[in-house]
Write a protein that binds this ligand. Structure first.
Ligand code: MLT
Length: 242
């Protein structure tokens, strides 16, 4: 899931997919219901997820799906745990690192969140997450979810995003089937970011979802389900037996 969200982001997926796939939907360390930590890194998030797969006896490779910050983690997961990855779904995310000014702002925001609470980030992001068609109720629901995030976890994730690697140089190493999805009106990771990823990953598929901003799975749940379900069904029908 993205920042500063939780596994609730994927709440609409199970009804369509749970009959044929095992869905593992974590709350990332320090967010949602996961325990709080002072320090996290993208590598640490990725290793957490690998540890979770071990705990769940999930030895077979998995399809890793990440939205925004979740995409940053998916890139790192691929670099660190490549043998565990059957395919990637990269939604509303970017391969570029933070520019120096953005990195400086992350540090400032982290300080502010520690002093004043997660509402700082919730208020700043609420207006940018959604496309113009999103309802006031949806915006308010997610503002509240963000505001209820633990401040330590939010500040830690901000620093982790600030320090993340540039994933552009390793796009060419990704040799698993990859689906890139982006909301047509995504203001935080716009279409150009998705196109960079799509160009960099050989054979990847790009799907642009009309009527969605950055929160494609909750703004257009039906379209998102169809795109993801179609990708998975194709992947597993064509997978060699065993
Ligand atoms: C997210 O949705 O995860 C964040 O907007 C990503 C970011 O701030 O870089």
């Amino acid at each position: 899931h993205g920042f500063p969200l939780s596994g609730l982001l994927w709440a609409h997926l199970p009804e369509a997919l749970a009959d044929r796939y095992r869905l593992i939907v974590p709350d990332l360390h320090g967010l949602g219901r996961s325990s709080v930590t002072d320090e996290v890194t993208m590598a640490g998030f990725a290793d957490d997820l690998s540890g979770l797969l071990d705990q769940l006896d999930q030895a077979e490779p998995v399809v890793v799906m990440g939205l925004s910050m979740g995409g940053y983690i998916a890139f790192e997961f691929f670099r660190r745990h490549q043998r565990r990855v059957r395919a990637l779904i990269l939604a509303d995310t970017r391969a570029e690192p933070d520019a120096p000014e953005a990195a400086r702002q992350r540090s400032e925001t982290a300080q502010k969140v520690l002093a004043e609470g997660s509402g700082v980030v919730a208020d700043a992001m609420a207006g940018k997450l959604f496309g113009p068609g999103a309802s006031t109720e949806l915006r308010e629901q997610w503002r509240q979810i963000m505001a209820s995030s633990d401040r330590q976890g939010v500040a830690a994730a901000l620093r982790a995003m600030r320090d993340r690697a540039d994933s552009r140089p390793t796009l060419g190493d990704i040799d698993v089937p990859t689906l890139v999805v982006v909301g047509q009106d995504d203001a935080l990771t716009p279409l150009a970011c998705a196109e960079t990823i799509h160009r960099g990953i050989r054979g990847s598929r790009l799907e642009v979802v009309p009527g969605a901003g950055h929160m494609t799975p909750v703004e257009q749940p039906e379209q998102f389900r169809q795109i993801v379900g179609g990708f998975l069904d194709e992947l597993y029908e064509h997978a060699p037996a065993g």
